[in-house]
Design a protein around this ligand. Sequence first.
Ligand code: CIR
Length: 260
Amino acid sequence: MPPVAICREVPPTIGDCELTHLGREPIDVAAARREHTAYILALEELGCRVELLPADPDHPDSVFVEDTAVVLDGVAVLTRPGAESRRGEVDAIERALAPLVECVRIAAPATLDGGDVVRLGERLFVGMSSRSSEAGARALRALVRPFGYTVDAVPVRGCLHLKSAATAIADDAVLANPEWVDPAAFGAREVVLVDPGEPFAANVVRVGDTLVHDERYGLTRARLERAGQRVRPVPAAELAKAEGAVTCCSLVLPDRRTRP
Ligand code: CIR
């Protein structure tokens, strides 16, 4: 079975998105939609079956589906996002995931954004950001332990989510910005650092053996390629004005152990 990727259309209200570390700039909705379409085509080209959910204008950040769930082998954890304005995004994602995988849910008062969860094999790392609480990390640990995963909390500074600071490029390797997270926290065999002039370049989506990466970060792309990685650049500048990066726009289900 091909991997399934869940995505959601860009809503017309995206200009009203949450912003934490960025100033508000006008967002060109048509340009954001063109980028999103190019991203979906890239996922399809890499073998994903994309399930595209309709836009939800009541939730300006709803294109950033990653924050609403942590999808693992055999289980999906529906989150309780740290921003109150985003909590209403979760039910539609649960409806999309439930036919595919067993779903469990983080309960109040814990908060967790999927963008704060980095997975290296069976080890999960949760960024202690403005969105995800220690209670959120504890709740995740209790929910995923029966499925064989460990959970460690990781300090993160200066950026929105842990995945702004570091993402997995293999089950034992990370791409990281050391200004925002200590790369040693992951105990990875290999660390590739972003080019210092590209602080936002640590975010990649792994699809099979390819990394989907923002096309603006050529110096970091060259570092990844020198490390033997295959990279698929995509346009992402308009959605970046909403403080989103490439991982935020999809939930890629592992192709093993999903429901038939
Ligand atoms: C937010 O602040 O929640 C959105 N404007 C951006 C979310 C980006 N999501 C992610 O990095 N996983």
